[in-house]
Design a protein around this ligand. Structure first.
Ligand code: GL2
Length: 866
């Protein structure tokens, strides 16, 4: 390696050990320097966006000081390291988070004020980095934040998609998707590493190594002769630890064509074909799959997965090899967490590297793999359990397919030994599903190749042990565990809710709770204090005012007759991906019932401005539907058309307002969550593995209307279930009800639900355009109405409807008593310590990864990369 020609590095070190001073003058100088030299702007052309960019670059400079020191320190100490492999990271914005972590927001605010800018305005210039779909990707981002705060020697690996999660617009009351050009104005936080590049093989064939190759010291017995070689280029994103010297790395791979390959390929001289091939390579990291729950049976997705796994594994092995240690000890120094099955192909990829490139025998390589890998399952939805057709994998990844067959063969012979004669068991657990087309079951590969398999909440853990992976649990009971999800209190309270954070810090006497989350419990001692209750209410009010302002300047901007938004109303928020199992449908049907009842009531009390004795509600929905998921899109349309009808009704508009906020993302969540009085987490029990927004809401003192599902159950246990509005069939009952449906025992639908469905069927929700086109009746909602009337709907909307209405009524009554409501709200926040991602990550570190913190000492000054 080229170490440069400097013999005496004293001078270099001297300069590099001077860190950016944290003074107003130094910060201003740095920002202005970036304006002039990085952005080539003058004082005449500086706008908000360039001010944001220059500020971001100046903060990045500071992050890099910690980043370099951290990597240098890890290399010196060589602790056991963790690698978190996730095909999604829903990061959101970075500036506020970086400033908070470095503890320099105040001095930056002041520096910018003198330059003529308001820091908060600059925050809004930043595009969200939306390299994820939903909870799974956001969880990965929270875990990076916590790992850094806890000084764990962890790196994240992911993909640098050119287009992240699609942008959603509502056009003619329907969802339309547009590409997310998140990089178009530059992304100042990353470091492009053109020198960190790996070649990833695809297509071609596998042959045996020739005797001559073996004599030459060729390591493996097999040689993969690829037909395509794609380069993976690294982009590093510093992940600052909150108030610590540790700054971790999220390494994202971008695909790039390989020049060598152009020259050697059969396309030599065929310019057009060569360009097309180059394009194919670039396409691999072009777009994030906009689907939360169903694997696209498309080759490109598998290409993404393998590209990701191979580049990451090559990088990890190379780093370890540099230490000179034996590969047999690889698992003692490296833990690799596989975030769902998307990166599970990393298991055969590590086998390939160990066998073919490093020459380890099968048994030793396999022991290393199992010791290294751990797999997190995030869903029980059958359509989300990935499988790949064997012919597809064989064509794209011939050597990997061969290794998977070998893994399966060894595994199945163990099964046969343990359970002689039980061929149906063998069939059930096999990594290969037999059938017309053989399929590779990625979850089975993940389980067989890992020493730990974890669920993401307790109920989810029970379901995977008892049902989903029961056969595996019987074979490897010790492998199975659960780690209940958590969320970072930095982004999800300290940063997004400055109002409440002030009150909490003031009450507890210090800001220690932001790092030592157990401190929050002490809030409960003050829950009945008048003073705290008043401050608490005021904080909630400020968050609501901020949301109202946001709605007025976005959603309602062009509305000639906007509804009035009263901060005293109960704000009810239902935000998450749109999916039948999450039952946004049940909510909007309940809202329509509320509307009809308000109309009934108004007839009795005509002549008043607003309807007396009714708690006014502002109800907000937001979320994206996978583009190909028709029913989810119909549900969005139903919400939007119901909102149009309700918001324009002069009789009810002071008592009920409904919004569908378009293009839900992390930064919108940061505005919506602090403003909520209540949030909805009403999935059909047994379907939501955990849920994480439930934690964010309760952390911000919002109550939960929820089912006994996912982490709702544990939240209810922590805070006391009487403090929440829990309802509906539990997971066991859901199974029983479905069994009855399957026997043909349909239920009669509740009268209230019948009324709402009849209302929809009367054509009440049709738009002017639809009427003009002669559409009548339920229109676009025909299928939804029929399903509700069937009395056997799979998601149990009809079954749970009545208890849901009851829970809503309880919430109305409770909200009418502000004192008790506020006391309860304080107790909710006070009870949420357990759901900090610091706790989750600590559990992973202790129980699964077996790694210890490696705190980086005070700034040392170094120049080495990693
Ligand atoms: C999910 C689960 O659906 C959700 O319940 C869970 O909280 C998160 C994080 O563990 O994972 N699985 C999944 O594929 N997505 C999720 O949100 N997208």
């Amino acid at each position: 390696e080229d170490k440069g020609s400097v013999d005496d590095t004293t001078k270099l070190w001297e300069i590099l050990s001077e860190y950016q001073p944290r003074t107003v003058e130094a910060i201003q100088k740095q920002i202005v320097t970036h304006i002039e030299y990085t952005l080539a702007r003058s004082r005449f052309t500086i706008d908000h966006h360039s001010a944001y960019m220059a500020t971001a670059y100046s903060v990045r400079d500071r992050l890099l000081e910690y980043f370099n020191d951290t990597q240098q320190y890890f290399n010196e100490v060589f602790p056991k390291r963790v690698y978190y492999l996730s095909i999604e990271y829903l990061l959101g914005r970075t500036l506020a988070n970086a400033l908070t972590s470095l503890n320099i927001s105040g001095v930056y605010r002041e520096s910018l004020r003198e330059l003529g800018f308001v820091l908060e305005d600059l925050y809004n210039q930043e595009q969200d980095a939306a390299l994820g779909n939903g909870g799974l990707g956001r969880l990965a981002a929270c875990y990076l934040d916590s790992a850094a705060a806890l000084d764990l020697p962890l790196w994240g690996y992911g993909l640098r998609y050119n287009y992240g999660m699609f942008t959603q617009s509502i056009i003619e009351e329907k969802q339309s998707e547009f590409p997310d050009f998140w990089l178009s104005r530059g992304f100042p936080w990353e470091i492009e590493r053109l020198d960190v590049v790996y070649a990833v093989n695809m297509y071609g064939f596998v042959r045996k190594a020739t005797p001559a190759e073996l004599e030459d010291g060729y390591k493996g017995k097999f040689v993969w002769e690829p037909d395509m070689e794609v380069l993976a280029v690294a982009y590093d994103l510093p992940i600052p630890g909150y108030k610590t010297n540790t700054t971790l790395n999220l390494r994202l791979w971008q695909s790039k064509p390989s020049h060598d390959f152009d020259l050697m390929s059969f396309n030599r001289g065929n310019y057009t074909a060569a360009i097309a091939l180059r394009q194919e390579c670039e396409n691999i990291t072009s777009v994030l799959y906009p689907d939360d729950s169903t694997p696209q049976g498309r080759e490109l997705r598998l290409k993404q997965q393998y590209f990701f796994a191979s580049a990451s594994l090559q990088d990890i092995v190379r780093r370890y090899r540099k230490s000179g240690r034996s590969l047999l000890e690889f698992g003692q120094y490296n833990a690799i967490q596989i975030n769902d099955t998307h990166p599970a192909v990393a298991i055969p990829e590590l086998m390939r590297i160990l066998l073919d490139e490093e020459g380890l025998p099968w048994g030793e390589a396999w022991a290393v793999c199992v010791q290294t890998f751990a797999y997190t399952n995030h869903t029980v939805l059958p359509e989300a359990l990935e499988t790949w057709p064997v012919p597809v994998m064989e064509k794209l990844l011939p050597r990997i397919m061969q290794i998977i067959f070998d893994i399966n063969c060894t595994f199945l012979s163990c099964v046969r030994k343990r359970f002689p004669g039980d061929e149906s068991r063998v069939e059930r657990v096999s990594i290969i599903a037999e059938g017309h087309t053989q399929l590779v079951r990625m979850a089975h590969l993940g389980i067989v190749g890992s020493h730990a398999v974890n669920a993401v909440a307790r109920l989810h853990g029970e379901i995977i042990q008892d049902r989903l992976f029961r056969d595996f649990y019987e074979m490897f009971p010790k492998r199975f565990t659960y780690v209940t999800n958590g969320v970072t209190p930095r982004r999800w309270l300290l940063e997004c809710n400055p109002y409440l954070s002030h009150v909490i810090t003031d009450t507890l006497g210090s800001e220690d709770w932001t790092k030592d989350i157990e401190q929050l419990c002490r809030l409960k001692d003050h829950a009945t204090s008048r003073k705290l209750q008043q401050q608490w209410l005021m904080a909630k009010r400020l968050a609501k005012e901020r949301l109202i302002l946001f709605l007025k300047t976005t959603q309602l901007k062009d509305d000639p007759n906007p509804p009035t938004l009263d901060p005293n109303a109960m704000f009810v928020v239902h935000i998450k991906r749109i999916h039948e199992y999450k039952r946004q449908l049940m909510n909007i049907l309940q809202v329509l019932l509320r509307y009809l009842r308000l109309k009934d009531y108004a007839e009795l009390v005509t002549g008043t401005e607003s309807i007396p004795h009714v708690v006014p509600r502002v109800i907000i929905f937001a979320g994206k539907a996978a583009p190909a998921y028709t029913r989810a899109k119909e549900i969005i349309q139903l919400i939007v058309s119901a909102a149009r009808l309700i918001n324009n009704d002069p009789v009810t508009r002071n008592s009920l307002v409904v919004f569908f906020v378009a293009d839900y993302n992390v930064s919108k969540a940061e505005i919506l969550i602090p403003a909520a009085d209540i949030s909805e987490h009403i999935s059909t029990a047994g379907m939501e593995a955990s849920g994480t927004s439930n934690m964010k809401f309760a952390l911000n003192g919002a109550n939960i209307i929820g089912t006994y599902d996912g982490a709702n159950i544990e939240i209810a246990e922590e805070v006391g279930k009487e403090k929440l509005f829990m309802f509906g069939a539990n997971a066991k009952e859901v199974e029983d009800v479905r069994a009855a449906y399957a026997r043909g025992e349909a239920e009669t639908i509740p009268t209230d639900l019948d009324r709402v469905i009849s209302f929809i069927e009367s054509g009440a929700l049709l738009s002017k355009e639809e009427r003009a086109r002669g559409i009548t009746g339920a229109g676009a909602y025909r299928a939804i109405c029929d399903e509700m009337r069937s009395g056997t709907d799979y998601w149990l909307v009809a079954h749970d409807f009545q208890s849901y209405i009851k829970a809503q009524a309880q919430a109305d009554r409770a909200f009418a008593n502000p004192k008790a409501w506020t006391e309860n709200s304080i107790n909710l926040t006070g009870g949420m310590a357990h759901f900090s991602s610091d706790r989750s990550v600590k559990e992973y570190a202790d129980r699964i990864w077996k790694v210890k913190p490696c705190p980086v000492p005070g700034q040392t000054g170094s120049i080495e990369e990693e």
